[in-house]
Design a binder for this molecule. Structure first.
Ligand SMILES: Cc1cc2nc3c(=O)[nH]c(=O)nc-3n(C[C@H](O)[C@H](O)[C@H](O)COP(=O)(O)O)c2cc1C
Length: 313
């Protein structure tokens, strides 16, 4: 836990602290005075009131669309589905032209309702509040709709999914041997364990997740090596022959100076000895992790060692 006083706030650190609040992801839209659609990605959305029906979203004063939004007739909030990450990224870039090739329609206020979103709210302006470097747009909901698709989540700067997909649940609960592992990264290095029998490297795994006090569990083995991790997200779930593998994305909480357990070692991404990893599925997973780490865009892999699907985390 990091404590800070206002006098010494660092803007990036404060943003990181706020980012611990898991949210959905929306695209907020309107049309300018020439009828051109305009929009931006926002996770500052919040419901405000049922009677009257109000919601809010805040827009940075530096945003290209700020003046367009504050002088518009109204705006729409589009809540994105799990498979609409690309749209989120597209609308997080500043400027115009974000609607090229995109399906949308106007309903009451004319603000774009984007195809295939999980929910939308078409709003008239109710009030605008000047708040520091943002303006809070409070909208009165004139019309709305929603469906049962899984929403896209966002937490700590990455997209997340809110639960196991049905396919993952099926995989995790089907009979067979289970190995639970963790992908643990620290400053561009990844933790790998050398199998004493085969000499091969792979991320640390065990028969169960356990906890720091349980011997022979994933968390117990790591704790006895001085490594404490949280396991907030599942990163991969697949089966190889009769064994099911579930890998978590581990978040390092503390690391004692020396990793004492023989065989456990952090490897720089550039210095992984790939020839010592004798397993195509593990190599593919680690390569994906290194690629996604640079993009801060993680997905979950579900399937067997050859055929699988990527699901947004
Ligand atoms: C997940 C996510 C959430 C965001 N939330 C907000 C937000 O609530 N308010 C805001 O002004 N910008 C937010 N942004 C940044 C804007 O999307 C970004 O600055 C965009 O360029 C603004 O578009 P514009 O400059 O074309 O108006 C968010 C970005 C991402 C990726």
């Amino acid at each position: 836990m990091t404590d800070s006083n206002e006098a010494e706030f660092d803007a990036r650190d404060l943003r990181r602290a706020f980012g611990n609040f898991a949210t959905g992801v929306t695209i907020v839209t309107t049309v300018d005075s020439d009828g051109n659609p305009c929009g931006f990605t926002a996770n500052s959305f919040s419901s405000v009131s049922i009677e009257p029906p109000l919601l809010l979203v805040s827009i940075a004063k530096t945003a290209y669309g700020c003046d367009i939004f504050t002088s518009s007739h109204g705006f729409a909030v589009n809540i994105l589905a799990q498979d609409q990450r690309d749209l989120s990224n597209r609308f997080a870039r500043a400027g115009t032209g974000k609607f090229a090739g995109l399906g949308w329609r106007g309903v009451l206020t004319g603000a774009p309702i984007i195809d295939d979103v999980v929910a939308w709210f078409d709003c008239e302006h109710y009030e605008q509040v000047d708040a520091g470097d943002h303006i809070i747009l409070i909208g009165r909901v004139m019309q709305y709709s929603y469906n049962t698709h899984a929403p896209l989540g966002f937490c700590r700067g990455s997209y997340v999914s809110f639960g196991l997909t049905p396919t993952m649940l099926q995989l995790v609960s089907s009979p067979g041997n289970l190995r639970v592992g963790a992908i643990i990264e620290s400053d561009g290095r990844i933790l790998l364990e050398r199998n004493p029998a085969s000499g091969q490297l792979m991320p640390p795994t065990s028969d169960s997740v356990g906890d720091v006090d349980t011997a022979d569990s994933l968390l117990g083995n790591l704790a006895s090596a001085g490594i404490e991790v949280d396991l907030p997200f599942i990163y991969a779930a697949y089966h190889e022959n009769a064994t099911r593998f579930v890998y978590y994305l581990g978040e390092l909480q503390s690391l004692k100076d020396a990793v004492e357990t023989p065989g456990l070692q952090f490897y720089e991404f550039d210095h992984i000895t790939w020839e010592e990893i004798n397993d195509a599925a593990t190599i593919a997973m680690l390569e994906r992790f290194i690629r996604e780490k640079s993009l801060r865009n993680f997905s979950v892999y579900v399937g067997d060692e050859q055929n699988g699907e990527m699901h947004p985390v």
